[in-house]
Design a protein around this ligand. Structure first.
Ligand SMILES: C[S@@+](CC[C@H](N)C(=O)[O-])C[C@H]1O[C@@H](n2cnc3c(N)ncnc32)[C@H](O)[C@@H]1O
Length: 279
C-alpha cells in the first residue's frame, strides 16, 4: 500500500500474530455502529458505563501514536484502523503489551467508515502521514479526497475535527482544496507543525521522516453546518504533481512516492533551459 512497507522480522507469521492478538482486533466492526462507546467500556468499572469520546486513528500504521494517546486519555475509546494486515498485527501487539482496554484495532479501509460508525458517533479523526498516492489514477484511494471527507462529515459529532499531518507538501495543498470543496472550516493550517505544536505525540513515520529532513505539514478542519443538499464536485486537480512548488531546485526534501516525478520534472526543466540557451 505504501513505498515504505514494514520490514518483517524473521519467523513473522502473520496469521499466527493475528490470532495471538485477536483479543483487541475486531473483525466485524459494523455490528458496533452506534454502540462503540458503551459496548467497549469494560464491565464492572466505575463511572458512566461508556467512553466519553471516540477517536479514530485512520491509517494507524504500527500503532505507536494510538498507544501513547490512549495511555494519556483513558476516557476516550480509540479505534485504530488500517488496511494492511501487518499493521493490524503490530498495532494489536503494542496495544496488548501496553495493557490498554480503550483501543480496538480494526482491519478496514477508510472507505468503510460509514458502515463502521453511526452518524455523529465520532469525536476526532486523525490522519497521520497517510499514503499520498500521488498519481491521478490512484487519487480515489487518498484518505483526504472529497468523497472520504464527505464520509467523515457523516460520522463526526458536531464541532469535531479531522486532522491531517504529512511530510508531503503536495498532499497538504491538495487537502486544502478538498476541505474547501467538502464545506469544512479550517481551524489550523501549518507548514511547520513541530514548531507550532511541539508537544504533539509523534508517530513512527514522523520520527523516521523527520530524521531524514522532512518538515511536517498539518491541517485541521471541522465540517461547516450545511442545511441544503451537499453537492460533491471535484473541481481541483487530483494529480499531486500539480501541487509541487514551482521552484523544484529548492526542494531539499522530496516526499515519499514522488521521487520519480520530481526527477523527471527537474530533467524536463533542465532540458527546456538548455534548449532556450541554445536559441
Ligand atoms: C505512511 S503509513 C503511516 C502510519 C502511521 N499513521 C504513522 O504515522 O506512523 C500510512 C498508513 O496508512 C494506511 N492506509 C493508507 N491508505 C489507507 C486506506 N485507504 N484505508 C486504511 N488505511 C490506509 C497504510 O496501510 C499505512 O499503514
Amino acid at each position: 500500500m505504501h513505498g515504505m512497507h514494514a520490514r518483517l522480522p524473521k519467523n513473522f507469521v502473520l496469521e499466527e500474530r493475528l490470532e495471538q492478538y485477536a483479543q483487541v482486533i475486531e473483525l466485524d466492526p459494523t455490528r458496533y455502529a452506534g454502540h462503540w462507546a458503551e459496548a467497549c467500556h469494560p464491565l464492572g468499572t466505575s463511572g458512566t458505563g461508556h467512553y466519553e469520546r471516540i477517536h479514530v486513528d485512520l491509517g494507524c500504521g504500527k500503532g505507536a501514536f494510538v498507544v501513547q494517546e490512549a495511555t494519556r486519555n483513558p476516557e476516550t475509546l480509540y479505534i485504530a484502523l488500517d488496511g494492511e494486515p501487518i499493521c493490524i498485527a503490530y498495532t494489536a501487539q503494542h496495544v496488548m503489551e501496553a495493557g490498554l482496554s480503550n483501543v480496538v484495532v480494526v482491519p478496514a479501509l477508510g472507505s468503510q467508515v460509514t458502515s463502521i460508525f453511526a452518524p455523529g458517533e465520532v469525536h476526532a479523526i486523525t490522519l497521520n502521514f497517510p499514503t499520498p498516492f500521488p498519481r491521478k489514477k490512484d487519487a480515489a484511494k487518498r484518505l483526504t479526497i472529497i468523497e472520504r471527507l464527505m464520509d467523515y462529515r457523516t460520522i463526526l459529532a458536531e464541532g469535531s475535527t479531522v486532522l491531517l499531518k504529512t511530510d508531503s507538501y503536495p498532499l497538504w495543498r491538495f487537502t486544502q482544496t478538498q476541505f474547501d470543496l467538502a464545506h469544512y472550516q479550517v481551524l489550523w493550517c501549518s507548514d511547520d507543525a513541530h514548531a507550532e505544536r511541539p508537544d504533539d505525540t509523534l508517530t513512527e513515520y514522523e520520527q523516521r521522516l523527520c530524521a531524514q529532513g522532512a518538515t511536517v505539514y498539518a491541517i485541521e478542519a471541522t465540517p461547516l453546518a450545511w442545511t441544503g443538499p451537499l453537492k460533491i464536485e471535484q473541481t481541483a486537480s487530483v494529480s499531486l504533481i500539480d501541487y509541487l512548488p514551482d521552484d523544484l531546485e529548492s526542494l531539499s526534501y522530496v516526499p515519499h512516492g514522488m521521487q520519480g516525478s520530481v526527477i523527471n520534472l527537474r530533467n524536463r526543466k533542465k532540458h527546456e533551459r538548455n534548449r532556450q540557451k541554445r536559441r
